[in-house]
Design a binder for this molecule. Structure first.
Ligand SMILES: *Cc1c(COP(=O)(O)O)cnc(C)c1O
Length: 759
């Protein structure tokens, strides 16, 4: 494999050097892609009769496909070597825009599972939408987030349009052509496929209207159709936005089912055996409309009765829940659903009746209904039909059983299970952190790359020489990040500072606010002469806020305002640096994570389902400062409390907490009131809105920032103290690296296969 790749790449690069080339970066990406395709075409091809699993997800956040394939095939090192020999920079491969087809963790998990399935020889295809405008490109102007479109499509050389396999999707008001674009997701013995659908109009444009000068109605149809794959999650606070969102969900679910059924028909088996050949994993509630759609197809196109169709669907579908926040569980007004999808709607009614009959007499039947007060609850439907329902970390899987799905759990306990998230370590360690990879290779050999649990053996390499080498690797990674920040963003930071890193979507429950308030607290302490021997620290943030999320955007503004406040103050500058890195995405994550000294995982206990950023940072040797929430709990179980900085109220304590009044804390604690008062037209600017959200109203301080503030501040000072002793700190880092061997997405996807799909 290596030889073929090498020969092909060298030949392609020669052509590149000989030809006229305006854009070298693009040329290099094409050359590497072509060499990859030469390797891929020699891998075993897909056999139609092989049972497969399908991952239906409204989001995928894969990062560069070229780099991902190189990592999976273990060709990254040789590729870099050849590029360097020929005088090109391997950095070029990181340059193209990420296919930004997701918001955050949920889409990233989908991508990690796809990579790991190919690597572990599991037949798993991904199905989603090829959004023309994925998530926006973020900038910062006057401290605040700016949003511009991110044009990524021209930068995706591995993708292939399959117009020959297009299908038609019917809506009440239009028919839309779904054109698949396929990307091969490869492992050493496997080619899986990520199939992303793009929408086009098929109704011929109204030529008469066109001649009459009525361009508006002539093109309306065309534009309508294209909007379906136009934008990642249109805002759903308007009727038009809601309709578009439902159309998107149905569009890719229906197209994917058609494509799967067409493949199934080719093998000539009776439809009753469908579930032996295909299992469908619903990634959150977005694709759950696939359930009534498959029911409809089985009944109407394949002539099965409802009961048989229901049974087949039950064997095929399973559902992953990603959040317990009620507002994130997809619901549709019955009227709207019926208007957009009149042919699918009756199957939801039938399902609801079916549930009502089967569970008649059940206590709390009302809680279980799919249709309640004219609202369709997609999560209830998913749980009622699916044979397995999983949460994404141990604590989260327990929470769903005792809260949102409590009543279903009482009836169908055997359906519920946990599969803790994992990360594609070949991307997050092998590609992103060359130094640490070699550190491991030199001590335990290279087999851990295929089998991450082996990395646990690294734990015993803790001589002073080992620890010093580890510290040197971290320091080099920090310098490399510093160069990148300078060249790409014009930002500067001293690489000798401790790098404390919080990178993730900006959301109140993730509590970036707690972090930045604590920085303000340290600042006040410094000014008052109360801060002793503080090790200079760079507080690094990155993350996007949803464009319509006012508080999250205010938090970004506050972070940047505090950054400027410190910058203006010579005394403060010596101890603190606040850095907001714009446009958090996979590419930037791969630069920041290997350089982190401390991983900030601050979510209020019980709110973060799992998190995967926490795993990536731990694997790269950053101890966690965090709450006992999501996968933090499992990280700390493996790596030891003493090697991490756990603080804050536990989930059980919060549940017992009655009548929380943040105002009490404000009045009783000088340390806290001093900090909060700075938000009111203080030196950083006017943040009265955030001030009010913490202290006033029914939902005052919903996420318990003030409650956890003191213990957070203590944990922070403790980490700062430990950091002064490089060997002590490197020892903690080493424990975390070894313990993160439990969080490979290889293991996660194997669990999905063993416990749910069996393909
Ligand atoms: C890993 C990752 C996430 C998820 O981060 P969490 O800290 O788990 O929320 C989001 N976005 C990108 C680009 C990532 O790589």
């Amino acid at each position: 494999m290596e030889d073929i790749f090498k020969k092909s790449l060298e030949a392609n690069l020669e052509k590149l050097a000989a030809g006229p080339n305006k854009n070298v970066e693009k040329g290099i990406n094409r050359a590497v892609s072509a060499a990859l395709l030469d390797v891929i075409c020699r891998l075993p091809t897909r056999k139609p009769a092989t049972p497969r699993a399908a991952y239906f997800s409204a989001e995928f956040l894969p990062g560069s496909f070229v780099m991902g394939s190189l990592a999976n095939l273990n060709l990254w090192d040789i590729c870099k070597q050849i590029l360097t020999q020929k005088g090109y920079s391997a950095e070029c491969l990181c340059r193209p825009r990420d296919p930004a087809l997701g918001n955050g963790g949920l889409g990233r998990l989908a991508a990690c599972l796809m990579d790991s399935a190919a690597a572990t020889d599991i037949s798993l295809d991904g199905y989603g939408i090829r959004y023309r405008y994925g998530i926006f490109r973020q900038g910062i102007k006057d401290f605040s987030q700016t949003e511009t479109p991110d044009i990524w499509q021209e930068d995706c050389p591995l993708e292939k349009e399959r117009r020959d396999q297009a299908v038609v999707v019917h809506f009440s008001d239009e028919d839309v052509l779904a054109v698949p674009f396929d990307v091969p997701i490869v492992g050493k013995n496997k080619i899986n496929r990520l199939r992303l659908w793009s929408a086009e109009a098929i109704t011929p444009i109204d030529f008469q209207a066109f001649c009459d000068g009525d361009f508006c109605s002539a093109f309306k149809q065309m534009n309508n159709a294209e909007a379906i794959s136009g934008f990642l999650y249109p805002p759903d606070n308007t009727e038009a936005g809601k309709i578009l969102r439902l159309k998107q969900q149905y569009f890719f679910s229906a197209a994917s089912l058609k494509s799967i059924l067409r493949d199934f028909e080719k093998i000539g088996k009776p439809i009753n055996l469908l579930s032996d050949y295909i299992k469908i994993q619903l990634n959150d509630t977005h694709p759950t409309v696939a359930i009534p759609e498959l029911l409809r197809l089985l009944c109407e196109e394949y002539g099965r009765d409802f009961e048989t169709a229901f049974k087949i669907c039950g064997e095929i579908f399973s559902y992953t829940n990603h959040t317990v926040m009620a507002e994130a569980l997809e619901c549709w007004e019955e009227g709207l659903f019926c208007k957009v999808l009149p042919k699918v709607y009756p199957y939801i009614v039938m399902l609801n009746n079916h549930l009502r009959q089967r569970l008649v007499g059940t206590e709390a039947l009302n809680q279980l209904l799919i249709i309640k007060n004219s609202v369709i609850h997609m999560a209830n439907m998913a749980v009622y039909v699916s044979h397995k329902i999983n949460g994404v970390a141990k604590i989260h899987s327990e929470i769903i059983k005792e809260s949102i799905f409590k009543n279903f759990y009482g009836i169908y306990p055997e359906r519920f299970l946990n599969i803790t998230n994992g990360i594609a370590h070949r991307r997050w360690l092998c590609l992103a952190n060359k130094g640490l990879c070699e550190f491991a290779d030199n001590r335990i050999g290279t087999e851990w790359r295929e089998n991450l649990p082996l990395l646990e053996q690294l734990e015993k390499f803790n001589s002073t020489a080992d620890l010093d080498e580890l510290a040197k690797i971290k320091s080099d990674n920090k310098k490399s990040l510093v160069r990148y920040l300078k060249s790409d963003f014009g930002l500067s930071v001293d690489p000798d500072y401790m790098f404390s890193v919080q990178i993730k979507r900006i959301h109140e429950y993730k509590r970036q606010l707690l972090n930045i308030l604590s920085v303000l607290g340290l600042y006040i302490d410094l000014k008052n002469g109360e801060l002793k021997d503080f090790y200079p620290t760079a507080f690094i943030f990155a993350g996007k806020a949803a464009p319509s999320y006012y508080n999250a955007k205010q938090i970004i503004r506050l972070i940047n305002a505090v950054s400027a406040l410190i910058e203006r103050d010579e005394a403060a500058r010596k101890y603190f640096k606040v850095l907001f890195i714009p446009d958090y995405n996979v590419k930037n994550a791969m630069k920041i994570i290997p350089a982190a000294d401390l991983s900030e995982q601050l979510s209020t206990a019980g709110t973060e389902a799992s998190g995967t950023g926490n795993m990536k940072l731990s694997l790269n040797g950053a101890p966690t400062i965090g709450t006992l929430d999501g996968a933090n709990i499992e990280i700390v179980d493996y790596a030891g409390q003493e090697n991490n900085y756990i603080f804050g109220a536990k989930k059980e304590q919060l549940q017992k907490l009655e009548a929380y009044d943040p105002m009490d804390i404000y009045y009783s604690s000088d340390r806290i009131s001093r900090v909060l008062d700075l938000l009111k037209q203080g030196p950083a600017g006017d943040f009265t809105h955030l001030f009010n959200s913490l202290l006033f109203g029914e939902n005052a301080d919903r996420y318990k920032v003030l409650l956890d503030y003191p213990s957070y501040q203590n944990a922070r000072l403790e980490a700062n103290e430990d950091y002064k002793n490089s060997r002590v700190y490197s020892q903690k880092a080493l424990k975390n690296i070894a313990a993160a061997s439990h969080f490979s997405a290889d293991q996660t996807v194997k669990n999905y296969n063993r416990k749910i799909w069996n393909v």
